[in-house]
Design a protein. Sequence first.
Length: 188
Amino acid sequence: MTVRPIVVYDDPLLREKSRRVQRVRPAVRRLIDDMVETMRAGNGIGLTAIQVGVPERVIVVEAPEENEKDAEESEGRESWQLYAVINPKLARKSREMEDGIEGCLSVPGLVGEVTRHYAITVEGLNGQGQDVRIRAKGLLARVFQHEIDHCDGVLFIDHIDDPEKIWPVAEGEEEAAEAAQEIPKNPS
Ligand code: ZN
């Protein structure tokens, strides 16, 4: 597994709509392995292939089930479920919405408050090319929505109209900011 460089926000690649994966070939499985490695190296809770420069609809997610508080209080990554989904789509989404703080490995230094569906069902293929159906709520649902957005060239900042709801996280002050704002410990 290799940690790949992450594409950041001024790169037009991030605005591209990724293409569907037609066949789960070995290169896709290698891509997933590298994405997991890259996500963990960046202390992230989700990553999309476009963020490592590959415009194919592939996401990985590794996040606590419930909410931001759990991200701080949970035992950490070892207790979180790892998901890899190819051609992910939101099959169901709750009417109930929830506000939460998000960051992004491709938008370093910024966090913001985004309204997302509280609960969702994601459908797609796993790394073996089998159909998967994942039900998620809270933070986990948020991360899936954030990553599926990346497949369509959408960034979390696009969902924020009010400039007061987006703010910089100064380098080296992330710990303090987290405590103050209940930012998830691992921005996706
Ligand atoms: Zn992101």
